[in-house]
Design a protein. Structure first.
Lengths: 538, 334
């Protein structure tokens, strides 16, 4: 029983507004979700991981939200916004009548307090391990000449203006990230949110980040028992729709099989990233298995520090040797789409007419022969083991499928497998790898958050210099309005396809599984899932 | 005897010091580092460099070691890189859970293992003996995580008799005083809470107990077999001493020495066995946490936890040695 989610959610939003929010008495209004890990803290500004953001999305809201079921920005705490022509100044109209959980009013001053807080981080608070998103998207902090943020002013109670030093086309979309959610200035101050103290080697949680997260969202923080669970309660004063769920428990179960068994035994109501091998069995047993629209890319990368891979004919040959359709049907989860470029279809700049290297083993052999490898070619093939990523649920199986396809055209594969951390280290830190599996899960709807991550400059992973491509990406990033960047990104995608730095393989769709009583869940490609939209039948 | 115990405790100091050296360099010999683990796909060489700089991981190893040791001597074990909490606090929060699990497993292993071993020995060569020997062989060879999954599948998923995860149900009124949930319930009079915690302990404890149980059965059986044929037992019988006296004072007491040694060794191993069991049952003890720390290359946690575990292992063995002198008056710890 696979539910069509997007439609479901949409209809509830439409009809739900005039319904009374009171929970039905015969429904167990506690929703227990099986989380794969503890949150890394409760202050989303200092987080970059999915489990933390899943909890943050219940407690906090940003100026910008996400259109349900899509990756597109939508009004949330800001009802509307406008930018100047240059894209360096944004004026936000704010939602009226919103208060933070501690009673502090949400207004323009609160907005500016948050922007100023991020900008003024120093020392440890300004490192990637804490403020990853602000650091990487906003160019730097106070005193940094590369900093994107300039100032914020409260024009009146419900109007705030944010000024930037230069245009950034992903600005609005980026504000939908939980890392940029609005937090109560009073609580931030009272509980010393930025006192992550200790020493440099031993950063410590602030009191705020451990026990006092204070936002405007539909759920209020109650408790966190590390290693066991995080508990939230419905916010009785929520400005939006309250929903059926009155209590959320995020129970930490780090083993994937244990999560499945916990669902089967009724200990939890649902969990994320269901193993592809489990979906069919759970579905048959009457559980609700759901797929998010893919917002991922899995690719086979080429390291051009390897001489053979510097020959474009070899790269094209590998692209022709791979049967992506077969890969998707054989080893990837239901809902996965075949990829033709390095961004998923819902992202701005997706090029329908991009050069595609169709599966053609004969052509692959021809190209190899032209390149002087008629007698065969031997390549190192790197892949990680014992890891499951949203874009790569089963690297071992993907490797097996691809290597047999490559062997079929006369490419001998030398497998090199590593544990996940070592694998990333090898990709990012060394030149010692050949063709390899890797990918990305998008954070928000910004093309640069995909192609810019891979190709914004020389890297060990890809090992090539391409001034034309690097330059085009830098330029595209500075186009003020995302709409205007569409064409530039379409061209970039074609440019990438011509250059064949790797083969985009698929856009795997992450699966979720729920107990039968969960009749609707707001599955979102960018994981913008707020549990007040959940519907329970018993 | 107090002096001897004092001496043994003093001996712990050089042992633990040696361990700090081994641990420190072993942990750093693991490929990949905490920065890469922390950043995942987002790890660029520059970002890794900045984090290593901030945490001091790029300084010379001997310098890092001395800094760590210096803090250690002041009782500062540092903070977990992943959870950012003090290592000591993380340990203290989780240790009671593991101890409860280990004690429960030990109760099962000893409570069943000794009578079963004795029984097998008394029926030496008969069907029941063969069964227990074969059964204990299975018990030793079956992988703990496999057994854990099977137990869970039968008793939690199919039958729904026992919970599959956690230490205590939500909704149970429980005041936590010591962190030992079973004990807490007894102390505060919340017997439901105690019972609920015991129910949660059952499956993981059974899974964890199988190997020690099997070993205890075998050792008890062998040791009883040896003693029942000893001269003094025969003499005792010849003198007409009551059967129960012979069993309790002659056979069991003498047969217990090797069994107690085994139990001591197993008690230490239970803590390492807990790594797998706790992961499978999402049981919030030190085992599951330590497993996560290895993948995250959480240096301070690995170093601190292993030190604590080594310390508790050493203390358990000291207790075992002391208990010898009660069982066998000839043994005096020197």
């Amino acid at each position: 029983m696979t539910l069509a989610l997007t439609g479901c959610v949409q209809s509830q939003r439409d009809s739900g507004t005039d319904d009374s929010a009171a929970p039905e008495s015969d429904v167990n209004s506690t929703f227990i979700f099986g989380a794969s890990a503890d949150p890394s803290g409760l202050d989303p500004a200092f987080a970059s991981d999915g489990e933390t953001f899943r909890i943050s999305r219940q407690i906090f809201e940003g100026l910008v939200g996400v259109e349900p079921g899509t990756a597109d920005p939508a009004p949330l705490l800001a009802t509307d916004w406008e930018s100047n022509e240059e894209g360096t100044s944004y004026t936000f109209d704010l939602q009226e009548g919103v208060t933070f959980h501690d009673g502090t009013e949400f207004n323009a001053e609160a907005v500016c307090a948050n922007f100023d807080r991020w900008y003024n981080w120093t020392g440890l608070t300004a490192t990637e391990s804490l403020s990853y998103y602000y650091g990487s998207l906003y160019g730097g902090f106070a005193g940094d000449e590369n900093a994107l943020y300039e100032s914020c002013s409260a024009d009146d109670e419900l109007t705030a203006t944010v000024n930037l030093t230069r245009p950034f086309s992903g600005f609005i979309a980026s504000l939908s990230l939980p890392a940029f959610a609005m937090q109560s200035p009073t609580a931030l101050e009272e509980y010393g949110a930025d006192d992550v103290g200790g020493s440099e080697e031993a950063p410590e949680y602030s009191e705020y980040g451990e026990a006092h997260p204070t936002g405007t969202g539909p759920f209020v923080f109650e408790s966190w028992s590390p290693g066991s669970e995080v508990v939230l309660q419905a916010n009785p004063d929520y400005w939006g729709e309250q929903g059926q769920v009155q209590e959320i428990v995020f129970r930490v179960i780090d083993d994937p099989t244990a999560r499945r068994q916990a669902l089967e035994s009724g200990d939890i109501d649902g969990y994320d990233l269901v193993a592809p091998a489990d979906t069919a069995a759970l579905d048959e047993a009457g559980f609700n298995v759901m797929q998010r629209d893919p917002f991922t890319i899995l690719y086979l990368g080429f390291n051009q520090q390897i001489p053979e891979l510097q020959d474009i004919r070899v790269r094209q040959a590998i692209a022709h040797a791979i049967d992506r359709e077969a890969l998707v049907t054989q080893v990837l989860p239901e809902g996965t789409e075949v990829a033709s470029q390095f961004i998923p279809p819902v992202v701005n700049g997706y090029n329908e007419d991009v050069t595609d290297y169709e599966y053609d083993p004969a052509r692959a052999q021809e190209l190899l022969a032209e390149a002087g490898f008629a007698d065969g070619l031997s390549l190192q093939f790197n892949y990680p083991v014992n890891v499951s990523r949203p874009y790569m649920p089963n690297p071992e199986q993907i490797f097996t499928a691809l290597s047999s396809q490559l062997e079929a055209v006369g490419i001998t594969v030398e497998p090199v497998a590593d544990e996940w951390t070592d694998y990333l280290d090898r990709m990012r830190g060394t030149a010692d790898h050949g063709i390899h599996l890797l990918g990305w899960t998008g954070d928000y709807n910004d093309t640069d958050n995909f192609v810019g991550v891979f190709f914004n400059g020389y890297s060990n992973e890809w090992g090539f210099e391409n001034a034309e491509l690097f330059g085009a990406l830098t330029e595209a990033r500075q186009i003020p309005q995302p709409e205007d960047a569409t064409e530039a990104y379409q061209e970039i995608n074609e440019q990438i396809a011509q250059f064949v730095p790797g083969v985009p393989l698929a856009h795997p769709a992450p699966s979720l599984a729920f107990a039968e009583r969960v009749t609707s869940y707001p599955a979102s490609p960018v994981n913008d899932e707020v549990f007040n939209m959940i519907e329970l039948s018993e | 005897m107090l002096r001897t115990i004092g001496k043994r405790l003093l001996l712990l100091i050089p042992t633990l010091f040696g361990l700090t050296v081994l641990l420190f360099f072993w942990v750093r010999a693991l490929p990949g580092g905490p920065a890469a683990a922390l950043l995942g796909e987002r790890a660029t060489p520059e970002a890794i460099e900045r984090i290593n700089e901030a945490y001091g991981f790029n300084r010379p190893l001997p310098e890092q070691y001395i800094t760590w040791l210096g803090r250690l001597l002041q009782g500062d074990f540092g903070n977990s890189i992943e959870t950012r909490r003090p290592v000591l606090e993380e340990f203290a929060n989780r240790f009671p859970a593991t101890v409860e699990l280990a004690v429960m497993a030990l109760i099962i292993a000893v409570g069943i293992g000794i009578p079963l071993g004795y029984w097998a020995a008394r029926h030496h060569g008969r069907f029941i003996d063969h069964i227990s020997v074969a059964g204990s062989l299975v018990g030793i060879t079956i992988p703990v995580f496999f057994l854990a999954f099977i137990l869970k599948w039968i008793f939690a998923v199919q039958l729904g008799w026992l919970p599959s995860t956690g230490r205590q149900d939500r909704g149970v009124d429980a005041t936590h005083v010591t962190g030992f949930y079973v004990l807490d319930g007894l102390l505060t009079g919340e017997l439901d809470a105690s019972l609920n915690a015991i129910v949660h302990l059952l499956l993981p404890a059974i899974a964890l107990a199988t190997i020690p149980l099997a070993i205890i059965v075998r050792i008890t059986r062998a040791s009883v077999l040896e003693v029942v044929n000893a001269d003094y037992v025969r003499t005792g019988r010849a003198k007409g001493i009551a059967q129960s006296t012979i069993r309790n004072r002659f056979v069991l007491r003498n047969a217990m020495l090797p069994v107690v040694t085994t139990i001591g060794l197993q008690a230490g191993l239970l803590i390492s066995g807990a790594v797998l069991t706790e992961t499978v049952f999402a049981f919030p003890g030190i085992g599951a946490f330590l497993a996560g720390a290895i993948f995250a290359r959480d240096f301070p946690v690995l170093q601190g936890f292993v030190l604590f575990i080594a310390l508790s292992y050493a203390l358990i063995n000291l207790l075992v040695d002391i208990s010898y002198s009660f069982i066998d008056p000839r043994v005096r710890i020197q």
